[in-house]
Design a protein around this ligand. Structure first.
Ligand code: ARG
Length: 283
């Protein structure tokens, strides 16, 4: 934990240094610091980012509150931090239940969502998605000592956990309703970590979550947990996008322009490797 704190502190310093250099571009040569003829400066825009922390490595609360934006760190947080620098906007984070994010965006309690959210046509009826920035997919986590469960079919009659409102929830619920696999119960959690605790204590037989998050929990409990992928059941690849209000086409275009460039520059890959080194859970 100490190491994590130190690394995060260093990360925060590095980011601060980066900000300092960057703002140097605007008025680096102090002589040139005249005003623009009396016109009032535009107030800096503040955007409220909706997320659901507790989804490492994408968004989590950093140890000792030393995050990248406030107390928050993660791939989404660092990515948005960088985009915000380039767009010259301030970011305020609203951390809430994942299942309520789209409603919060529709009612403009938040300006956009960055929450490891999978791009889906049924969601795209209510929000506009950015260009995809990460490819994931679902993984099944079981107790390490449990050698009986190696596929979703093996979960017949058992209790499976998911985070409420996620693609894992949708896939498991649909599979159950369509009679592909009949579970004894589907336990829906607001926080993936609570599902993991129930799995460790034995009140769940399996927990389904996005691959990078599953690998993260495995890194935290290497002796207690095991993860597998079931290509034969209802999980395909998923791509993460940020989400915007249907009317905010300009904001969407602004984000897309920066995001596209950062992806091409390998910045998202860099962040992934950075957080894997920080938290464990590399592939
Ligand atoms: N990718 C999944 C989905 O879109 C899960 C995302 C959960 N994100 C979070 N920050 N808890 O449904």
């Amino acid at each position: 934990m100490k190491k994590l704190f130190l690394t995060l502190a260093i990360l925060a310093l590095a980011l601060a240094a980066f900000t300092a250099c960057n703002s140097g571009n605007d008025n680096g040569d102090g002589d040139n610091n005249y005003d623009n003829g009396g016109a009032a400066a535009e107030p800096r825009r503040t955007l409220v980012m909706g997320t659901s922390a507790g989804f490492p490595p994408f968004e989590f609360i950093a140890d000792y509150g030393q995050g990248v934006i406030g107390q928050y760190a993660g791939i989404d947080i660092s990515l948005v931090y960088r985009i915000a620098q380039e767009l010259d906007v301030d970011i305020v984070i609203q951390d809430q239940e994942f299942a309520g994010l789209i409603t919060a965006l529709q009612s403009r309690q938040i300006d956009f969502i960055a929450a490891g959210m999978t791009i889906r046509p049924d969601r795209a009826e209510f929000v506009n998605f950015s260009v995809p920035y990460y490819t994931a997919g679902q993984r099944v986590i079981v107790q390490a000592g449990n050698t009986d469960i190696n596929s979703i079919a093996d979960l017949e009659g058992l209790i499976v956990g998911v985070q409420m409102g996620t693609t894992a929830d949708m896939a498991i619920t649909d599979g159950h309703n369509d009679g592909v696999v009949t579970f004894q119960d589907i336990a829906r959690f607001n926080q993936p970590a609570h599902g993991i605790l129930d799995l460790l204590s034995g009140s769940l037989d399996a927990f389904v979550v996005d691959a990078p998050v599953a690998r993260n929990f495995l890194a935290a409990y290497p002796d207690e947990l095991r993860i597998f992928y079931d290509p034969n059941e209802f999980f395909g690849p998923e791509q993460f996008g940020m989400a915007f209000h249907l009317e905010d086409l300009d904001l969407l275009a602004e984000f897309n322009a920066v995001l596209t460039r950062l992806i091409a520059e390998g910045y998202v890959e860099y962040l992934y490797a950075h957080y894997a080194a920080l938290l464990g859970g590399e592939e």
